[in-house]
Design a protein around this ligand. Structure first.
Ligand code: NI
Length: 434
């Protein structure tokens, strides 16, 4: 399969968003083989796409989420994290069956693909079903089984994680990679974290953990261990491994220095942190230290969508307002966070960038829309003005997954039907118990 995208505008996202006008993009199989000035091509292509009036950009990388939680979208709102988890979310999650996770994940994949997300990091359970859905959809994903170190599933979760990593690492033509997912310092006490580390030593995959999400968490860990959650992870040896830490809202200056010293990657989730009233992460301070930060939506139960354009906009606007500084996070910063930096954050070196030799994951955005004219600044357009419905093409690994809003690998009607039915059944069962 050889594809030519002709005469288009390209945002490359090397170390900053670089714009090429009147450019051609060639994709051979799964990778970009040419990105540069328009040429007079004499060779044959299996597919030629007219890029005039459009912009080709890297697909978004959603650095933290729980895809199947889309079944719980708008089920529990306007309550704080601990109440939300303990009283609303965990009781329903205890009832989820394999098929629920499969269809809930597919619902999330349909939404993400249509919104231009080409890669996502996920922490949940029944991960074989998540991986199967990813394989069918054609997306790229970094998956882990969420681990809670207290209760029945502490030990079996470790064994499931091992089997999951052994079965899925590098599968789906390399589109699926795996991690180990200790949920958080407050659900995984140090002796359990040590077991996770022993497994990590053996499997050599990165760790994905929630860290310092709320002030309550910090207080609880301080009370129990006289340490901040970040210090606790350092003392336990967790930070010596490759780590993706989601949230990092409540950090001390020393915590941030520790994250930098151990090269911990951070997933920033401004929408979820705002919605659960958790707080505002010190993103400008993390970036000033040179910490690798990606952008994530978290699950749809606390967002309530998986729209990375909205998340970019939130990241840019939120920190300007909080710091009373319009330069705090620029449009270019937010764009990099959602693409190349997110790819790095989830430990993918070959994604998040339009460049020769990189994986051909891209979106094409139609600029001929009333809210995108005139074209003074395309990056600012994508961050501050664009909508997912402006995306006309989504490609992963050189394969078209969505064209003019129509999914090519997933049956959208079937997904909406299954998700609605299953979600209603779960909620009705739960409410019947009360
Ligand atoms: Ni989360």
């Amino acid at each position: 399969m050889r594809t030519l995208i002709r005469q288009t505008t390209v945002i490359t996202s090397h170390t900053e968003p670089e714009i090429l006008e009147d450019a051609d993009v060639v994709i051979d199989g799964q990778v970009f083989t040419y990105v540069g000035p328009r040429q007079d091509w004499q060779e044959d292509f299996s597919q030629i796409i007219d890029g005039r009036g459009k912009v080709v950009a890297p697909g978004f990388v959603n650095a933290h989420g729980h895809a199947a939680m889309s079944l719980l979208r708008s089920y529990a709102d306007d309550v704080p994290l601990m109440y939300w988890l303990e009283k609303r979310i965990w009781p329903i999650e205890a009832r989820l069956k394999r098929e629920d996770v499969y269809w809930g994940t597919k619902l999330a994949l349909a939404e993400m693909i249509k919104g231009g997300t080409t890669t996502f990091a996920d922490m949940y359970f029944f991960m074989d079903q998540v991986a199967e859905a990813v394989e069918e959809a054609g997306m790229r994903a970094v998956l882990c089984r969420g681990l809670v170190g207290v209760g029945d599933e502490a030990e079996s979760g470790l064994e499931e994680s091992r089997l999951f990593v052994e079965r899925w690492q590098g599968r789906a033509e390399g589109r699926i990679t795996t991690m180990l997912g200790p949920h958080a310092p407050y659900t995984c006490p140090p002796p359990y974290l040590k077991k996770v580390l022993a497994l990590q030593e053996e499997l050599q995959v990165p760790l994905h953990i929630h860290l310092a999400e709320t002030a309550d968490e910090v207080e609880q860990i301080r009370r129990e261990y006289q340490l901040t959650p970040t210090q606790l992870l350092r003392e336990t040896g967790v930070l010596e491994r490759p780590v993706l830490a989601a949230h990092c809202v409540h950090l001390t200056e020393e915590d941030m220095d520790i994250l930098k010293a151990y090269d911990v990657h951070v997933a920033h989730n401004p929408g979820s942190n705002l919605k659960l009233g958790s707080g505002v992460a010190p993103l400008p301070d993390l970036l000033a230290r040179g910490i690798t930060v990606g952008l994530g939506t978290d699950g749809a139960a606390s967002n309530n969508n998986l729209d990375m354009m909205e998340e970019m906009r939130l990241a840019a606007l939120l920190h300007k307002g909080v710091r009373q500084d319009p330069t705090a996070i620029t449009a270019a910063d937010a764009f990099m966070l959602a693409t190349r930096e997110s790819a790095k954050a989830v430990f993918l070196e070959q994604a998040g960038m339009i460049s020769e030799g990189m994986k051909a994951d891209l979106i094409m955005v139609d600029l001929q829309r009333p809210h995108l004219v005139p074209r003074h600044n395309i990056i600012a357009h994508l961050v501050y003005a664009a909508q997912p419905s402006d995306i006309t093409l989504v490609m992963v690994d050189g394969r078209v997954l969505c064209e003019h809003g129509r999914l090519t690998t997933l049956d959208e009607d079937e997904i909406l039907y299954q998700a609605e039915q299953r979600a209603l059944l779960l909620v009705n069962e739960e409410e019947g118990q009360i």
